[in-house]
Write a protein that binds this ligand. Structure first.
Ligand SMILES: [Zn+2]
Length: 327
């Protein structure tokens, strides 16, 4: 394990906010006293981190989510990205647009984009996940982003639940910047430190995990963007707990969003309060249980049936009710 400075502001002043992670793993998370970034400290050395993602990550991924649910998530992300492209790349010909997905996993989203006519490539460090993507006939490279070399530049880079696993978010975004076309954009999804979830006492489904080296907020992502040559803005979320964020290279004299930073005192209070007030109701309605229930219903009634049930539940406001009980 190594002790590190804040990746964003290089400060070495931090306060421990949590010493336990999912599955009760001993994971220490701290908040930077200067810029409010939440990160794991100490954490695994870079070589150990890389070895984990190359060799063991796929078991963890499927252990947590399951292949059935992953295909549902891929479907949601695909619809989202297709609409996003329509709104933001209206002058582009889809067949000429170049998309790169970092951490493409088993390639479900890539396959959907490819079927829709986009030219899409992927990077996947996990040997087994990369093989699964390649078996689908996709163009996927088994490497880490820092080792990736491309002859051409990309119009759109996607990275869903990747940036919170990196050893340096600044290095990660700088490398993406070097791969982008002049008008290129990056869309990421990552957990939100202001929307904690899971049981902080038993570790069940807990947001803090041994493989999450960072836990961002919209403010810390905005700061990251300003350090790595991007304009940025939060975009519509698919679920309340995960930030969707756009980094873009549009030249602008005025920032699209003002640069804000989280106060470390607020983060400390937020995490301590969450732990102190975690209730029995939240314990019953764990995300893990809701996901298992969804998978079971999916098996029983199929994709179309699940859609109808969801539309009905949305109509009678059950989602709002669940969120209300859990918060
Ligand atoms: Zn900092």
């Amino acid at each position: 394990m190594v002790y590190i400075r804040c990746d964003l502001c290089q400060s070495d002043r931090y306060i421990t906010i949590e010493a336990m992670g999912r599955f009760r793993h001993p994971v220490t998370n701290v908040v930077c006293c200067q810029c409010g970034l939440v990160f794991q400290n100490p954490r695994l050395e870079n070589g150990e981190l890389n070895s984990f993602y190359a060799n063991h990550f796929s078991e963890d991924l499927y252990g947590l989510i399951g292949a059935d649910l992953m295909s549902v998530i891929d479907g949601h992300r695909f619809n989202y990205i297709r609409n996003y492209i329509k709104e933001n790349f209206s002058e582009y010909d889809p067949r000429r647009m170049k998309i790169l997905e970092i951490g493409c996993g088993h390639g479900g989203l890539m396959k959907l984009l490819e079927k829709d006519g986009y030219c899409v490539e992927g990077i996947e460090p996990s040997i087994s996940l990369c093989k699964s993507s390649c078996d689908k006939g996709l163009k996927v490279y088994n490497c880490f982003l820092e080792d990736f070399v491309s002859r051409h530049r990309f119009d759109l880079v996607l990275a869903f639940h990747v940036i919170e696993h990196t050893s340096s978010a600044v290095t990660f975004m700088k490398k993406i910047n070097s791969l982008l076309d002049d008008k290129g954009r990056v869309v990421i999804e990552t957990p939100d430190v202001w929307h904690l979830y899971g049981d902080p006492h038993t570790g069940r489904d807990y947001l803090f995990r041994k493989d999450h080296t960072f836990t961002f907020s919209e403010n810390s992502l905005g700061f990251l963007a300003s350090l790595t040559g991007f304009n940025s803005r939060p975009i519509k979320r698919l679920t309340p707990r995960h930030i969707w964020f756009e980094f873009n290279r549009e030249e602008s004299t005025q920032r699209q969003t003002p640069l804000l930073q989280d106060r470390y005192e607020d983060i400390v209070c937020h995490v301590f309060n969450y732990r102190a007030h975690f209730s029995w109701r939240q314990r019953i309605l764990t995300t893990e249980r809701l996901i298992i229930l969804q998978s079971l219903i999916l098996k029983l009634v199929g994709q179309k049936g699940l859609k109808n049930i969801k539309a009905f539940l949305r109509k009678i406001g059950i989602y709002r009710l669940i969120e209300k009980i859990r918060s």
